[in-house]
Write a protein that binds this ligand. Structure first.
Ligand code: SF4
Length: 524
């Protein structure tokens, strides 16, 4: 599997909150929790979300899955504090009204999605729980889809505490409830074990102290008549991948300095100096060897080819060569017994086997179509087709190796086979990641999606499923949802086969071309 798709659990929390906010809080001048976090990331993002929200590109289709994850985790979290009242979520006014009357109930119980407005501030805690130690006070429980405690979560909870207190509600303890990534599903999910509950009351104190000044500054930004001028920098991807990136970054020319391999900070410094193109970097500027290759290629327009290094890599590749690729699902709430939250579960593989250089490869593929655990059938099919005589190639092999190791842990009968597979596996990304070969059209990346068009002249354009994230989303949709018709399902399965098959057929072509470049030609 070669793609840049890694569902950011932090991003998923913000996207979920933003979508919730935008559906419910129609007064764009109100500072909600997600806007507060926008403000922490970038004033331009905050202003645009409040004053020109339609300018922000809509979230990618695959982010619907992020919303689904947040929704499912939220429902499970309520079971950790059962017996509560779920406040009307869709209607902002009713949400506030219902919360108010529940807070005044002489027999208080947990409140889910309790909305509070204090002046221009709006907070909506995932769960408010009556304090067990102070009568009339409440504990705030903030639920996160992530698997650890991040600073941005503390700022988020601090904002909520401040808002509630501004509204006259007494807050006792504050908790962050996140997913315990060591939890292993055995039967029904146990919310007590699935979530880690962390008392962060003390940790958020400095953040609460900073909150009024931050709010003051953010409200001023919201009220500005024009968008603040903010330069692109690392903050565009931290702590969240900003939805505005396609717009803010579009001024960058082709072969720009931000493409420098492992050199984002360097690239931003160059931009600050008014240098946008790789070819305009001054000759004395300190660059790594790989970055120097990038610059030289941008200037010449030609690829860089280190024939002896390529030959050295090819010397480790023995025929028959099995080109192997997996597609996986990973879900916050594990679906199958014996699996953990966010564990990568392979549901599909493609293997192209080339017996000798230049030979027409044989293709083997597997796609699990049932709603049960795909791993037993996948392991059996993979073992049946993989040759253990030559070399097994993967692209960015750590991912495939990880799945093979997990199969051996889950099914010990595959332990010996798994060790053999791992011993034979090499990584076809190496010549590209090491810059033995570099084409300017790779734009500093060694991902298969970038290498294939640059090196072979083919690509994924026009494919219905064109990246790993989409493959995961679509597979989950058609395999586990009951409201999908059979035509839709069949089409998605065909698209998945085409996508995964292209990954390994591309690897065959790339290996052949590397051999040609290194003058090995068709010699065995
Ligand atoms: S892309 Fe960067 S500069 Fe643009 S709004 Fe987002 S964080 Fe701000």
């Amino acid at each position: 599997m070669d793609d840049d798709f890694e569902l950011s659990k932090v991003t998923s929390d913000l996207v979920y909150d933003s979508l919730q906010d935008s559906r419910k809080v129609k007064d764009f001048k109100i500072l909600t929790k997600s806007k507060f976090l926008n403000g922490l990331q970038c004033p331009k993002l905050l202003w645009t979300r409040c004053s020109d929200p339609l300018y922000i590109p809509p979230p990618a289709v695959s982010l619907q899955r992020v919303f689904d994850i947040g929704h499912e985790v939220g429902i499970l979290a309520r079971k950790r504090f059962p017996g509560g009242a779920h406040v009307q979520e869709e209607d902002f006014g009713k949400n506030l009204q219902e919360t108010k009357s529940l807070l005044a109930d002489p027999n208080p119980k947990p409140i889910y999605e309790a909305g509070i407005k204090a002046g221009r501030l709006y907070a909506r805690a995932d769960i408010l729980v009556p304090s067990s130690t102070i009568g009339g006070a409440w504990d705030v429980v903030e639920v996160k889809c992530g698997t650890d405690c991040k600073e941005v979560y503390l700022q988020d909870i601090a904002f909520q505490r401040y808002c509630y207190e501004q509204a006259g509600i007494r807050i006792d303890r504050c908790y962050m409830m996140y997913i315990n990534n060591q939890y292993v599903k055995r039967g029904a999910i146990d919310p007590e074990q699935f979530f880690s509950l962390l008392d962060v009351t003390e940790e958020i104190i400095p953040f609460v102290e900073d909150t009024p000044a931050l709010i003051d500054g953010f409200l001023k930004i919201i009220d500005m008549p024009a968008c603040p001028n903010i330069s692109i920098r690392e903050h565009c991807g931290q702590p969240y991948e900003c939805q505005m990136k396609p717009l803010c970054w579009q001024f960058l020319p082709k072969f720009n300095v931000v493409e420098l391999s492992r050199g984002k900070a360097k690239g931003f410094d160059l931009l600050d100096q008014g240098i946008m193109r790789l070819k305009d970097i001054p000759s004395g500027f300190k660059l790594t060897d790989k970055q120097q290759i990038q610059v030289a290629c941008a200037i010449s327009g030609d690829p860089h080819i280190d024939i002896s290094a390529i030959a050295g890599f090819l010397g480790m590749v023995n025929y028959p060569v099995c080109h192997m690729d997996f597609e996986t699902i990973f879900e916050a709430i594990p679906r199958f017994d014996g699996t953990r939250p966010y564990q990568q579960i392979p549901f599909q593989f493609s293997v192209h086997i080339q017996e000798s250089p230049g030979a027409v490869p044989a293709h083997f593929e597997f796609l699990h179509k049932g709603a049960d655990d795909p791993r037993p059938a996948l392991a059996k099919a993979l073992k049946a087709c993989l040759s253990l005589d030559g070399t097994i190639l993967a692209w960015n092999k750590g991912f495939e190796e990880g799945r093979i190791k997990e199969l051996a842990v889950a099914y010990p009968e595959y332990a010996e086979w798994s060790a053999d597979v791992l011993a034979l596996t090499e990584d076809l990304i190496v010549p590209f990641r090491s810059f033995h070969y570099y084409h300017p059209d790779q734009h500093g990346s060694a991902s298969l999606k970038k290498v294939l068009p640059a090196f072979i002249g083919k690509g994924y354009a026009g494919m219905t499923i064109a990246d790993g994230g989409q493959a995961t989303t679509e597979y989950i949709r058609v395999t586990y949802r009951k409201d999908v018709d059979s035509v839709d399902r069949a089409q998605v399965y065909a698209d998945l086969k085409a996508y995964c098959g292209l990954d390994t057929s591309a690897m065959v072509e790339i290996l052949e071309r590397l051999r040609a470049l290194s003058n090995l030609g068709d010699k065995p």
